[in-house]
Write a protein that binds this ligand. Structure first.
Ligand code: ZN
Length: 464
């Protein structure tokens, strides 16, 4: 269900891509920096000229608001990026991605119009609600049809939009832009090649990876796949928390959000939240050198997530995801006035390792520690990946599977594990995952497994 084939992604595209604000080109800026940057953004926002007395004196009329929206989409439909960008304030509350600057938005829209050369965007009636501070809320539905002739892709649907606009030096500008997309069913022809599960698109064969021709990526050579329960070999002294580097990978991206929850929320948002909380927990436990890969959510390749961890000489690569089920198990329900997909038949966590990982036995060792910690915390595994996708189960009790071609796991040179924290198409489990107390239990278990790995001597040789 990765978004390449999900049109919900599409409109989100031009609102949710991020970078720009953070000047550093490092892809692994710790969240502490992230927080500081956010604080800065908020102070920038507070200092914006929006609520000046001058703005108060000229309320935005209904016809002005309507004209503004129409001009915006007319410019976007003809890929007139500079005209579109000029309609934004210097700093914008940009959809799910929070405060973004114009440079970021410009880059984002460039990517969007390149991806969709044919844009047919028709706003319907605009409801304009002037506010006391001289700004106005604009609410309207948008009918969209996006197409790319070169790859024969097209998407269509409707979205519900809420913008906050205000007058700056006489010009109306967008201060906030939010959109909820309701996509039409995708024509069957566009679904090919259809992934078996949303994580299938996280996997590439060695041949496919070679075709990418990136010299930074070392594709593991064929090896005999080791068993999970490796025999004790040379005992390797482990590191103190302060020297043990955990690379945390936030599954998917704002542009390719992964699975969609029972309440219509992209998996990426669950992944990002959990990683932020886990990162904070690791910091408090002394894992001060641990870092988040690509915290800004740039569109980096799967392989480069691992290359980042390799370059930082991480001791452990942990990818955080949230789970779905195959499409045929999904049913419709109405929630908050919208039709969403759900399946309450499967719940629980699952753990994946790649037997092509350079330290496969240690990956399996960590997977076992993680499974044990999650069980001890009262969580239960789901085995639906065995039935639905024919994934080999390595440890039924602990919910550990082999998924050898998961790119991030096989490119990582350190022990690497992917954790599906829970099934977000399950209505109850989604609620649980939104409950801070449940996440605390989950994060506590993950952190304990990491501590265990860092502190206890390994049972396997580094050269397995
Ligand atoms: Zn995922």
């Amino acid at each position: 269900m990765i978004c390449l084939f999900d049109k919900r992604v599409v409109i989100v595209t031009f609102k949710t891509r991020r970078d720009g604000i953070i000047p550093s080109r490092n892809l692994y800026v710790p969240i502490t920096t992230w927080v500081i940057v956010c604080a800065l953004c908020h102070s920038i926002r507070a200092a914006e000229p929006g609520a000046t007395p001058a703005a108060k004196s000229t309320p935005i009329s209904s016809s002005e608001g309507t004209k503004f929206v129409k001009e915006y989409y007319a410019a976007l439909s003809r890929s007139d990026v500079s005209n579109v960008v000029a309609k934004f304030a210097q700093s914008v509350d940009y959809g799910e991605e929070g405060q973004r600057d114009r440079a970021y938005i410009e880059k984002d829209i460039h990517v969007y119009v390149k991806r969709w050369p044919v844009l047919n965007l028709k706003p319907e009636m605009v409801a304009v609600s002037p506010k006391d501070d001289g700004s106005a809320a604009l609410r309207f539905n948008l009918a969209y049809l996006l197409a790319n002739e070169s790859n024969k892709k097209s998407l269509s649907g409707q979205s519900a939009n809420t913008w906050i606009v205000r007058r700056v030096n006489g010009e109306i500008q967008i201060a906030s832009q939010h959109e909820v997309v309701h996509a039409n069913p995708i024509p069957a022809i566009e679904k090919t090649p259809r992934a078996q599960s949303h994580e299938d698109e996280e996997a590439l064969s060695d041949e496919e990876l070679k075709k990418q021709g990136d010299t930074q990526i070392e594709i593991p050579t064929a090896r005999s796949l080791p068993k999970v329960s490796a025999t004790p070999a040379a005992k390797i002294a482990r590191k103190n928390a302060a020297d043990f580097v955990v690379a945390l990978d936030v599954g998917h991206s704002p542009l390719r959000g992964g699975a969609i929850s029972a309440r219509g929320v992209f998996e990426y948002r669950f992944n990002r939240r959990l990683v932020a909380e886990l990162f904070a927990q690791l910091q408090s436990l002394g894992f001060t050198r641990s870092f988040v890969i690509n915290p800004q959510g740039d569109e980096i390749s799967l392989a480069h997530r691992s290359v980042e961890a390799n370059e930082q000489k991480a001791d452990l690569f942990l990818a955080i995801h949230h789970d779905s089920v195959k499409d045929k198990y999904l049913r419709n329900w109405e929630i908050n006035g919208k039709t969403q997909k759900y399946c309450d038949d499967f719940h629980g966590y699952s753990i994946f390792v790649s037997r092509k990982n350079a330290r496969a036995a240690e990956s399996a060792e960590f997977a076992a520690k993680l499974g044990r910690a999650l069980l001890d915390a009262g969580l239960t595994p789901t085995l639906h990946h065995a039935d639905q996708e024919k994934r080999p189960v390595l440890d039924k009790e602990k919910g550990i599977y082999a998924f050898d071609d998961l790119v991030v796991l096989k490119i990582a040179k350190m022990p690497a594990v992917l954790l599906e924290c829970g099934v977000i198409v399950n209505r109850t489990e989604e609620e649980k995952l939104n409950d801070p107390a449940h996440r605390k239990r989950l994060i506590g278990a993950i952190a304990r497994a990491i501590q265990d790995l860092a502190q206890s001597p390994s049972t396997v040789s580094k050269n397995n």
